[in-house]
Design a protein around this ligand. Sequence first.
Ligand code: C2O
Ligand code: CU
Ligand code: CU
Length: 535
Amino acid sequence: MHRRTFLQYVLALGAIHALPTWCRTTLAADRPALPIPNLLQADAAGKVLLRIQQGQTIFKGKPAKTFGYNSNLLGPALKFRQDQQVTIALQNGLQTPTTVHWHGLEIPGVADGGPQSIIGPGTTREVKFALKQQAATCWYHPHVHGQTGRQVAMGLAGLVIIEDSPSSALKLPNQWGKDDVPLVIQDKRFTATGEIDYRLEIMQAAVGWFGDTLLCNGVEYPRHTPPRGWLRLRLLNGCNARSLNLSTSDNRPFYVIASDGGLLPEPVKLMKLPMLSGERFEIMVDTSDGKAFDLVTLPVRQMGMTLSPFDRSCPVVRIEPLQQTATGTLPDALIPLPPLPSLTGLTTRSLQLQMDPRLDHQGMQELMRTYGSQAMAGMMMGGGGMQHGMQQGMNSEKSGMTGMSGMPMPAGEHNEQKPLDFHTGNRINGKAFDMNHPSFHVPLNRYERWIISSEGDMMLHPFHIHGTQFRILSENGKPPAPHRQGWKDMVWVEGSRSEVLVYFRYEAPATNTYMAHCHLLEHEDTGMMLGFTTG
Ligand code: C2O
Ligand code: CU
Ligand code: CU
């Protein structure tokens, strides 16, 4: 072997490891720093301004048109103290109507920002509220019917941090962006020219819009350098449709301290944390050993979500602890959770989630055609009953008559004359969302038991209810996991039924109803939503 060839060979083989250590460190430092959203508090007069605007963001070296609140992408974290009276001006600088919904906040219907609370292009809407609920990590995002998925994908999402005295007394990490770190996790896909490639077609109406790039606070696989010790991560699964399954690259455990609506009674130690789209959890990780590791998301069994790079552990953010030590602590006890009230005599309501079997079937056919069987999350394999229905739906000529579950088409729709309009292909209790007809009325200040079922299809439905923090009685036919027994506004429904205990404190009139809907945004946008009044 010629000496030159040998050298080239060595360089090619061990390029990185052949470099001196200082040089490798430089390479690691090239990873972008984790962007931290600004903490925005109301001014002395209690006022906050959110300007909804269009801008540009660079992804993978190319500029893309994006939307943001007071910025080009995403938005500030709004911090409210319990009982603080705030007035928020929502200024729409986009060329399209939008709304600002406060996901997880218990506020009156007129402030809730549902699909009826349109802010026209160039106009401003003002909302006022004072929060009674406890400390929590919530979020805000648009809710224009039929456009929610697109506007969120374009970048409209931000966090709401609620603080109260009992939570402040706990001495949890609270240095914003250092040991108290918000992580907005979202997947995206881009066109060849670098634009955000949002589509709502039959495939997305069935399985949701999903991407091939994972972003954390808007950038791909950034690094964060916290002081060493307890690190508090406020996690939001801000994906349109994708479920996550968070874990650490070195298998270090972490402790869940809060769910959607606030702190748990005690930390729950976990190695893996599944998160539905729309859910928040706060976790604590011990970084006192000073070793670097990744927060990762592990593969999930959800249709469409099994494609590369999500077919293996995928990094979210790299954590590289500094020398300096952190001061936050992890108490053994957090915030007491009231016992569940008695269920006898409660009003019960049933919400049956439904996908038009033709949508279910044609959407999956399209998924299969576009991405092959790897996208099917194993649904084609094996011999269970559900798989049977699926196989039949995929392979037989009369398959237009069967959904994925193999259930027959509802009689009224067994009609060749009436083509499928996927924009109304998803329903609750037989009806696609109708803004002008609230589905029912709920009295204030009492518990109700809501049963949400998706028996009859195989898709995942992350279900959400406005105006309330609820308790989960059963989740997809099973008792809820310990970290899902606290305050929640999201519940998992997938081929079975979930029961939640809801309670409303504020009025929602017919002109500004609360919503109950699937938070897979493309299911929501194509009808799997209802409005209801309270008072
Ligand atoms: Cu986060 Cu009605 O939505
Ligand atoms: Cu909401
Ligand atoms: Cu759904």
